[in-house]
Design a protein around this ligand. Structure first.
Ligand code: B12
Length: 214
């Protein structure tokens, strides 16, 4: 792993947005893979922030400043990830469940799926069943990707999955986010659980019977 990724992760944790920007530029200048810099640098940094928050070393204000630093890098790298994306492997609608405003993970997953060639419909955060349902009617996606970081949204995830599958039985549902796992995904009738953005890409290919190489 490039030491630049470690520096990126450290700069996110240290809340240094200017350093994050400069390191992101350096990633591009050195011809490194922007998607790896996002996962192994920016996302890894936010995961460490999560640990510091759990240990009560960081509180909400610190976490917010770290999030801003992470986005300073994400905004620079993201256009280079989707450059040349083919956008024809099928439509995926993605959103964060109603009641939850955490969208960093969702944004990374969306970007990686887009880069892998899917057409992405981003419904944003705090998305209700009605809005997911409208998106299914309007965009006819092959996959719905549900993200959540909060345990309080688990019941909604169950309801949204059940109602959307009633509406469109051939829809595939993939779920992810800190409080969910494979057992939970199975228990609500979802078709795939992914622990990170790479897993989301693998799962989407598997569910649609596509090859990862294509
Ligand atoms: C950053 C953060 C915030 C930021 C959010 C900024 C933003 N724009 O997203 C701010 C400061 C605003 C915030 C606010 C709050 N937060 Co907060 N926050 C976090 C924190 C520290 C990190 C989350 C994060 O960004 N991780 C980094 C990303 C890259 O990882 P990720 O989201 O897990 O995503 C990856 C994978 O999960 C996966 N993935 C994600 N989605 C999907 C979807 C699919 C389909 C797939 C396949 C994969 C996938 O791929 C992603 C990329 O690798 C977590 C702690 C933690 N351990 O997660 C708490 C945490 C989620 N927050 C928590 C809480 C309680 C709150 C608040 C209520 C706090 C408060 N008291 O005000 C508020 C309100 C939030 C609300 N209603 O939504 C709790 C939730 C507890 C619970 N039981 O549910 C946590 C767990 C902290 C804790 N230990 O208590 N928070």
């Amino acid at each position: 792993m490039s030491e630049l990724y470690t520096k990126l992760s450290d700069a996110v944790v240290a809340m240094k947005a200017d350093d994050v920007k400069q390191l992101a530029q350096q990633v591009l200048a050195e011809g490194l893979a922007p998607e790896q810099a996002i996962e192994q640098g920016l996302a890894a940094g936010m995961n460490r922030v999560g640990e510091l928050f759990a240990a009560k070393e960081y509180f909400v204000p610190e976490v917010l400043v770290c999030s801003r630093a992470m986005y300073a890098g994400f905004d620079i790298l993201k256009d280079h990830v989707v450059e040349g994306a083919i956008n024809n492997k099928g439509t995926i609608a993605i959103g964060v469940i109603d009641g939850d405003f955490h969208d960093i993970g969702k944004n990374i997953v969306k970007l990686m799926l887009e880069a892998a060639g899917f057409r992405m419909i981003d419904l944003g955060k705090n998305v209700t069943l009605d809005r997911f349902s409208e998106a299914v009617d309007r965009e006819n996606p092959r996959i719905i990707a549900l993200s959540t970081l909060m345990t309080t949204t688990m019941d909604s995830m169950l309801e949204i999955t059940a109602k959307l599958l009633q509406k469109k039985p051939d829809l595939k549902v993939i779920v992810g986010g800190a409080p969910v796992d494979t057992d939970f995904a199975e228990s609500i009738g979802a078709h795939f659980y992914g622990g990170d953005a790479r897993a989301a890409v693998i799962g989407a290919h598997q569910l649609l019977g596509l090859s990862l190489e294509a």
